[in-house]
Design a protein around this ligand. Sequence first.
Ligand SMILES: Cc1ncc(COP(=O)(O)O)c(C=O)c1O
Length: 985
Amino acid sequence: MVPDGTTPTPAHEATEAPVFDASDELGLHHEPDFVGRHIGPRDEDVAQMLEVIGQPSLDAIIAKAVPGAIQGDEQLPMSAAPTEQAATAELRAYAERNTVARSMIGLGYYGTHTPPVILRKILENPAWYTAYTPYQPEISQGRLEALLNFQTMCSELSGLTTAGASLLDEGTAVAEAMTVMRRTAKVGAKDNSAVLLLDSGLLPQSIAVTETRAEPLGIPVVVADLAGVDSVEGLRAAAGDRDVFGVIVQYPAVDGAIRDWSALAEAVHEAGALVTAAADLLALTLLTPPGEWGADVVVGTTQRFGVPMGFGGPHAGFMAVRSGLERTLPGRLVGVSKDDEGKVAYRLALQTREQHIRREKATSNICTAQVLLAVIASMYAVWHGPQGLRSIARDVHGKARRLAGSLSSAGLEVVHEDYFDTLAVRVPGQAGNIVAAARREGVLLWKQDEDTVLVSVDETTLSADLEVVAEAFGVSLADRLGPAMELTWPQQLQRTSDFLTPEVFHVHRSETQMLRYLRELSERDYALDRGMIPLGSCTMKLNATTAMEPITWPEFANLHPFAPAEHSEGIRALMDELSQWLCDITGYDAVSLQPNSGAQGELAGLMAIRAYHASQGQEHRDVCLIPASAHGTNAASAVMAGMKVVVVKTAEGGDIDMDDLRAKVEKHGPQLAAIMVTYPSTHGVFEDTIADLCGLVHDAGGQVYVDGANLNALIGVARPGKFGSDVSHLNLHKTFTIPHGGGGPGVGPIGVREHLAPFLPNHPLVPGAGPATGVGPIAAAPWGSASILPIPWAYIRMMGSAGLKKATRVAILSANYLAKRLDEHYPVLYTGNEGLVAHECILDLRQITKDTGVTVDDVAKRLIDYGFHAPTMSFPVSGTLMVEPTESESLDELDRFVDAMVAIKAEIDAVGQQGDADDSVLRHAPYTARSMAGDWPYSFTRAEAVYPAGVNPATKYFPPVRRIDGVYGDRNLVCSCPPPEAFED
Ligand SMILES: Cc1ncc(COP(=O)(O)O)c(C=O)c1O
């Protein structure tokens, strides 16, 4: 099945093979150039690597490493575009089938001007988009500063003390606010009896996402008109005479109304409950911030701060909370700490809240978030500053006023007297006609009901657009308002407090300054454009430029997600084709592209399982088996899907302990809902038992969820949908080359077998986005982060079946090459058949640490001095490093990594002989350029510290800070921009 049930219509006519093909003349197996551009090792390198690992061919590795029971003849039907240019031409053909009209729909998505300096220096700049989540803070100071700016922007505009470093979108942010309030409020906490009260003025997609998320948690939700509720009794009455633990209002409401919620907030607090405002950050430059009228939590989207609508995403959602709630914040939080020299340094704070560590006790399942988009939004605020934002807001409001004046002076009813950018206009029985008339002239309005039209103005709206709208209503447009326009809403709702107070929001006004600031930040960071990022489980491979280009084309970037279906014909056809390819690759029958991260895919998949059991009269099935080695999001998602987590042990060799599994299946049989397994396992091994495991769980009536994060080892090798799995999420931001963006965006579609297809996500406003019988929306937008889907489309199209298969094989070859070369220095913890690993391997440092005191942390930080990003630390096994080279790294780069690791092992051995890790070059790593010039209290030389073996002084990367003290930062939590004095020596 494809998203809207239409047949994929490829636009392949535009392709053309090159006239002269040198590779054919040389008698080489023909493959498109792109395959050789994407895959690092040359054919002769492959031969050399095979020799090192003692295997005759790429196919032989697969034959030996992968259990025979799951190996199929995985011929994929996709052909490759002959050239990158041909793929681009096809993408252009898709783009041209879209119609970009002027959107005045609103509903949470607005036109915005991405400042060109930000477009080019961030969104189109691999230094930003190829970076990884800043878990290694010493090499991530640039993006951490940008995220701190983001947090400061969100918290100051909201009027609350602390904001997180982005959520997935506004709808999920509202749903997260529900759980923050549920965790905090005491009312009805014991038996979940109290109600979440949603104002009917919330965005419809936010209501729907929240209802979807509340249902498995057993949280009762009531939607009511809360205007005028100002007492505890009124609150109870609105909730159907029940206790209330939390209230969420939109500010301004979906129909534009600005309401004073202060009396409501007072009543909510008197009732022992909390209140959340879903707020528009641009409006908050002029409106009293919710923190000042009593909101405990503020959520929303930062889309209109320079991030294109993108047919729904990706955009950064946000959450800010009042003092005292910071430890309940979902997602990541950047904090200020200090490094070894006492200098200010940033890092992710309170990481113990993260789902990696807390698993089923995590505050949410958020892992991949929206870092790149949060960086863009924060830089929009840096670029415009408080005055600039205020003047954009006044301009927007002025345009809305001009239109409102034109309409009301002609006798039309503009429903709300107080509004910011959105007008609700009452036109009994005429809404459809008016919307159609505007659309004929290229402007999109929203028909709220037969009698009401919504019109939203944004910074891109022109006078000509207002004229079209006025004409559609049959009136003529009034004159522009003067710059001295007074705000007309009540005084107590007019903002008087400052915002964007730190210096960074005041000094980058010229493009030259901005250019340099962005360069300065990206220079501090290590991204894929500097060197290898061998992070196990993360698949940091090439993000090809050709695949990246289309995402900023207006035809993909400037579509409103609720635009008429005919306007999105091209992108929907592209999504249909992509969905079909994903089905072909995975062996599933249907795909939903809606989840905007892997973890959201997990939730969607588990919700589908839950709904399926319910449809079979088996709603009591609520146990989810999860191996001890699973990624923490698995457990966190299971809890969010209303399931109980039961952990399955790991056997001696690293595989799932089948005896323990049998015992648990037997024990929980009638209650068994599902098992979640990662394949190949997070231990980097193709487990032999996978087919038995699926059989065992199915026989007991459970469903099998295969976490597809490791699909890079499976494409063209085996298909989960055919070897026994019922559902998987795929991380398109790993295997399918959507860049990590410093920690997001991501896309986590799920593939399901036929019986689960009726339970895929859907959307309240766009029926074609999923089955009518679906579980509800899992993300705010019908197709989640649609505008970045051309990236995986281009990857698959440029690789074709043969290229994809080769990529998998080379990824596995490269991991085995590293495993083989490093094993004598750092034992490889787990291997499968014939001593082979899958696409990653775990290096065991536990004995080394025991013998010498040198830790994985020391090695990770020392790798920075050698010019590398560290592998994944202590996941899934504490005290180890997990290495995933991917197919994109050349043999030279693999060897450079091996050489660095071997050289580090020599440094460790020296510690072993001298016996003092604390005085070692490892313990004090990494070293900054500044540290070279100051006192040198160490027993090793400066040159040994910064120019170890193999490092080229001419191209050396220096981190901007020394090792960061995370504990200090958590004890002294500061999560917004520090004052300039903090940076003084
Ligand atoms: C094995 C595994 N499962 C699930 C996830 C969650 O995916 P996401 O970060 O996109 O939410 C990850 C992410 O790193 C992972 O490695």
